[in-house]
Design a protein. Sequence first.
Length: 88
Amino acid sequence: MELGKPSLRPARGARLLPLAAVTAAMVAATAGCGDSAERKYTVPSSLCGIHVRAATLTPLLPPGKHVSVKPGTPVPDAITTCEVAVDK
């Protein structure tokens, strides 16, 4: 990069910030989930049509009785969401 010319690349920290925020949110969401409660449902093998290994998904789901997976499209033709809920 030449002196006097601005760089169009984001700073290294700016690129890592979204990843850190997602990781922190996932840790916070699972922080209260210990092994003291029992998981009575079967971990889904797919989420809204996308195959997910149980070993990958299991640490993210809390104990409970039932799990439900519901696809959604809050903005037609633009965004697709997948809601996963576990009830106690």
